[in-house]
Design a protein around this ligand. Structure first.
Ligand code: 9WN
Length: 450
């Protein structure tokens, strides 16, 4: 079968290649998300990258997150992109188009950043980094522990910002104001909400740069999608990136169940670190409260008809039931009753998802092959993303499901055994797609192997 076709290099060779990719993408103070397509630091990429770096050099891993935290906005938001000077003309939209340094009183002037955020996986990364460092000697341990002490208040401020500014319904389902914030830009999850975004005639003209850098433009979002992406940026510019005005005025406002599940579990991880390191009890209690509220909000999105979790369009009030990876959000954070959780696990193992015999590797595809929206080569509309496999595997291990976690590790390595470290893979053929030498792919492979 397809699953046994692939010849696998010895693990130490794959690990060496992964290390080489991370070193190659390292500018000194940050590792770019990918060599050509993404010549800057991305927020959630940096978190996963720091986990990979921790296996090579704990000091360098810590420096990566320090670079990200140095770009934190004064209100607490961690921006989705930290721009490098070298890449400024290479990626669109760059710092000029965002203009955050001129328009927002919260944005830093140096470094320059975008004006939105990405899923809060950072506390998870810090926890993992600490675990890895503690396997080493006293120097690594000391370095990581010092880092936890100095980054904890920044992580707390970041979580507080999300809880205070991104919970428009007041029930813990956190909202995104742009598909880019979800990290799953063109997922069919967002199609109906984007249909309500009408780019104005005064949308300033622009030239895309991404299309030159992938083998097939059909893997990337369409021009019509990009017009909407840029229109949302325009709307945010007009309110000076003020977080509450953005939520009040954005024509895109969707409760993101996947981001919310990440937030819930990351709040718990941060609370645990806070307990160990003697952080203020009131802040730890706040984190526990946000975790509880968001966990319950995730559970409340489950569609009784399909058993899958759903996003919610706050503008139209509609639930979004497309069968995407986000449907499994409750597995990341827990909170379902036993029967509902069992049902969700059996959907995961079933023929519409990981149990589909056509898959090269049994990892969750971004969209179900059984859904009409499934496009196996197109970005978040079908391909498998190794980094998402890592996130599920990590969650399974945390939830005590060691066998499932191990299965995910093996399947993730099967997908990545070609050594391309692709951004995403064709789920039915295993073809590497998007950017190659993608840093977070190399990072999770290292964590799987070391
Ligand atoms: C927009 C860097 C990022 C990832 C996202 C992924 C993609 C950017 C783009 O690349 O998004 O933020 O230009 O397509 O969707 O998850 O963080 O790897």
């Amino acid at each position: 079968t397809a699953r046994t076709d692939r010849r696998e290099p010895p693990p130490n060779l794959l690990a060496a290649r992964a290390a080489y990719v991370l070193r190659g993408n390292d500018t000194g103070s940050l590792v770019t998300a990918a060599p050509r397509l993404y010549p800057h630091m991305w927020s959630w990429d940096a978190a996963f990258i720091s986990i990979g770096l921790a296996h090579l050099d704990v000091g360098r891993a810590v420096a990566e997150l320090d670079t990200l935290f140095a770009a934190q906005w004064s209100g607490g938001m961690l921006p989705h992109i930290v721009f490098t000077e070298d890449g400024a003309d290479e990626y669109f939209p760059g710092p000029d188009r965002w203009g955050t340094h001129e328009l927002s009183k919260h944005a830093p002037r140096d470094p320059l950043t975008s004006g939105i955020c990405q899923p809060p996986v950072h506390a998870i990364a810090v926890g993992r980094l600490l675990e890895i460092a503690r396997r080493g000697g006293a120097v690594d341990r000391g370095e990581a522990e010092g880092f936890v002490r100095r980054s904890w208040p920044k992580l707390y401020a970041w979580h507080r910002w999300l809880a205070e500014h991104r919970d428009p319904g007041g029930e813990g389902l956190l909202a995104v104001v742009h598909g880019w914030e979800s990290g799953m830009d063109n997922s069919p999850r967002w199609d109906s909400a984007y249909a309500g975004v009408r780019p104005g005639a005064d949308l300033p003209p622009y030239v895309r740069r991404d299309l030159r850098l992938v083998a097939d433009a059909g893997m990337r979002p369409s021009d019509a999608e990009y017009d909407r992406y840029l229109w949302l940026v325009e709307e945010m510019r007009r309110v000076g990136y003020d977080p509450d005005r953005v939520v009040a005025t954005s024509s895109f406002l969707v409760g993101d169940v996947f981001l919310t599940a990440i937030f819930a579990v990351a709040c718990d991880v941060l609370a645990e670190l806070g307990e160990e390191f003697g952080e203020p009890a009131t802040q730890i209690a706040a984190l526990r409260g946000w975790a509880r509220r968001s966990r319950a909000a995730v559970a409340a999105t489950v569609d009784p008809a399909t058993g899958l979790a759903r996003d919610r369009d706050f503008r139209s009030g509609a639930w979004i039931g497309t069968r995407t990876i986000a449907g499994f959000a409750p597995l990341l954070c827990g909170g379902l009753d036993r029967a509902a959780e069992r049902a969700l696990l059996s959907i995961l193992d079933g023929p519409d998802w990981c149990g589909n015999p056509e898959l090269t590797a049994a990892l969750v595809p971004s969209t179900s092959p059984a859904d009409d929206a499934f496009r196996p080569r197109q970005y978040w509309r079908g391909p498998q993303w190794p980094v998402m496999g890592w996130l599920f595997g990590w969650s399974f291990a945390r939830r005590g499901w060691a066998e499932r976690a191990e299965r995910h590790r093996v399947e993730g390595l099967r997908l990545c055994s070609d050594g391309a470290f692709a951004e995403y893979y064709h789920p039915l053929t295993g073809e590497p797609l998007g950017s190659f030498d993608q840093s977070w792919t190399a990072a999770v492979v290292l964590d799987w192997l070391c």
